[in-house]
Design a protein around this ligand. Sequence first.
Ligand code: SF4
Length: 377
Amino acid sequence: MKDLSVYIHIPFCDHKCIYCDFYSIINYKGVDSYLVAIKNEIRLQGKKYSGGRCVKSVFFGGGTPSFMTPSYIGEILNEVKNEFEFAADCEVTMETNPGTVDKSKLVDFRNVGINRISIGIQSFNKDELEFLTRIHNAETAINTVNAAHESGFEDISIDLIFNLPGQTSDKWLSNLEKAVSLPVTHISAYSLILEKGTILNKMVLDGKVELQDSDFDAELYSATIDYLRKSGFLQYEVSNFAKEGFQCYHNKIYWEYGDYLGFGTSAHSFMDGKRFWNYSALSIYEEAIRSKQSAIAGSELLTKNQKREEFVMLALRSSGLNKNKLTDFFNKNDFEYIVDRINKKGYSNFFNISTDILALNEKGYAVGDEIITELLL
Ligand code: SF4
């Protein structure tokens, strides 16, 4: 049986945060018809892809899935279970916004099959939360983490963003201090990224917001790695840190170039070396399922070189490149070729290199994206 991961996109949100470029909709009128459409899509894709595969992780992302009722999420999950072989220890994560759930709703989410919660906190600082236009304050965020813990969730992840405009090292470290004082097992810490088409991007272009420079970003990133390691969180990818035994399986499938199927508006899939993606607009997505029995808007069959490059990029951003796990799209001496490139380019101090594992070290994680692209040229 081949492992499969499933991503489910729930596009509905309370409002649009200024930095967000995910596909989201600020009204709830379409919630019921979306449930019908997504269940149909799961059935249609199940007929095609369920053979010989077992679902090892499901991730409800958005949007704000935690705005939905537990029975809504449960119905979708049951559809996945009906259509696919489902592992008994399947990791089932739901993105959750602080303030959208209380203890009783979280218990109900557990009862329908969610066993991991990923809470989008971003900051514990009042000014930073207001700047990001989040719907919650620090107290609500803390209460949501505690409620998740009290309702029986053992695997709780939180997201934080650093290098916000005007953020000092002390402010960022106080965010980390608060994070590790809570019952969380996993922390995703991302640097603020300016995405095209966001409100924040326009604010920067209009000169209303000034971003901090990349040297300071690197300083905060390095402080993050240091602080979280001392606090018992192991770094297992550029932006992800977990207590022993709590690495996110779903993330690892992406980084290890495994198969995943995405359902819902704008969801992406990667199956047997082919990438495909769904329509983004809700009405077009639903109509496509009704009339064409498919929500796929486009696809791309990757060449051997593209696969090789993506594989190396993803492996180096996470647990490293393992010579014994290189797949059939690699050439015989690729591992040695990449090591040779690293040495010739003078990058060896950014890597830990052994006879069969090549991994970025702590310094390397900070500059990985810049140098990895040069290694396969
Ligand atoms: S809640 Fe999340 S998905 Fe919705 S707009 Fe804000 S950042 Fe984007």
